[in-house]
Write a protein that binds this ligand. Structure first.
Ligand code: G3I
Length: 336
């Protein structure tokens, strides 16, 4: 099982969709400034299996092909996620869900075997509000397979694509709050339990959806958590970084400063504690971000959560990101 050696360069990545590949400016940004791409949604189960017995990987193939054509690494996202189970499985019995979930994993992981940097094998498994002692979220996978579904997913992924770094991806571990601290403790227990059983979890993804108004940073508890995860022999990845400015003042320069400060304080602090395999921003530019619909500004002003603005210009956040990662503002890793 090959995992990214800790000496490998830290890869800067961006989430993208085929919309971005068809947009000349954003396709250029992706190829010019990033080392890695991850399909934002077009490789997910609900997208590649739109109807029973139907499979459609045209968009996912386009993103993997783009990565290969431009010397970019590519992440797979995500094999099993409760947020992307096809609607046509709703109401199906446990045996049907088990059969379909395993067939999906074998098909999509097999399709890109040997071509991906890493896979988010399971996305967002924890929800402490569900009240289980293991912290697992209620999900079709837990219901169909029981708590062993994570081990099954990682073992099947390792068998199908032994060259990919196999990542458990989670949200809400990074915040400076009692809930996040409890979630970090549950995550460490989960990782220790699975690694002790020989489950091939090789990386932990910190989604890192931040809010500039909270003045986020890599606080000491997060730094300690990062050190504990690496001490388990796992790689850390920042997998979905963006900084909402929805609760910031309207003034654009002030907002951009707050967002840039968040990028700097979070990444510089995290890199004091660990060596992430990759830092991925959740979008190529402000022109297309999930936050525009999920976390809009009350005043209706376009949100500005990413390092490039809607016109593809570098923002203060780009300089902060480059500085935190120790990069010149122009070059990709290893590209002069
Ligand atoms: O682009 C199509 C459009 O052509 C079509 O008309 C429309 C209606 O079907 O769908 C549009 O695609 C949508 C896409 O967002 C772009 O807006 C997909 O249906 C929709 O499923 C997709 O949502 C994605 C969401 O995950 C669910 O997959 C978001 O882009 C994506 O940012 C979000 O990302 C998640 C991570 O995977 C996991 N962590 C949280 C993160 C944010 O929710």
């Amino acid at each position: 099982m090959s995992t990214a050696p800790s000496g490998a360069p830290l890869l800067l990545g961006a989430a993208a969709a085929t919309h971005d590949l068809r947009h000349e400016g954003r396709a250029h940004l992706l190829a010019r400034h990033f080392d890695l791409v991850v399909p934002e949604y077009e490789m997910k189960w609900d997208q590649v299996a739109p109807r029973p017995a139907a499979r459609d990987a045209v968009a996912a193939d386009a993103l993997v092909t783009f990565a290969g054509a431009h010397g970019l690494a590519c992440r797979g996202h995500a094999l099993w996620w409760h947020g992307a189970v096809p609607a046509w499985l709703a109401g199906a019995g446990r045996a049907a869900v088990r059969a379909e979930a395993l067939a999906h994993l074998a098909w999509i992981a097999g399709r890109y075997a040997g071509r991906l940097h890493s896979w988010d094998v399971v996305n967002e498994p924890l929800d402490l509000a569900n009240g289980r002692s293991d912290g697992l979220r209620a999900s079709p996978f837990l219901d169909a397979f029981g708590p062993g579904y994570l081990a099954l997913a990682f073992r099947e992924a390792a068998r199908t694509d032994p060259g990919a770094l196999l990542v458990l991806n989670e949200m809400g571990l990074e915040y400076d709050s009692p809930d996040a601290a409890a979630k970090r403790r549950a995550m460490l227990r989960l990782l220790e339990r699975h690694l002790a059983a020989g489950v091939p979890i090789q990386g932990l993804g910190l989604q890192s959806h931040l809010d500039a108004a909270d003045r986020p940073r890599a606080h000491p508890a997060l730094q300690a958590f990062a050190r504990e995860v690496e001490a388990l022999g796992l790689r850390l990845l920042v997998t979905e970084l963006d900084v909402s400015d929805a609760r910031c003042p309207r003034d654009r320069a002030a907002r951009d400063r707050m967002v840039a400060q968040a990028y700097w304080a979070y990444l510089s602090g995290l890199l004091e504690a660990c060596r992430p395999a990759a830092v991925v921003v959740w979008g190529v530019s402000d022109a297309r971000t999930w936050l525009a619909t999920s976390h809009p500004r009350p005043d209706g002003a376009p949100v500005r959560p990413l390092p490039f603005d809607r016109a593809g210009r570098r923002k203060a956040a780009f300089a902060a990101l480059a500085a935190a990662l120790g990069r010149g503002e122009g070059a990709r890793a290893g590209h002069t």
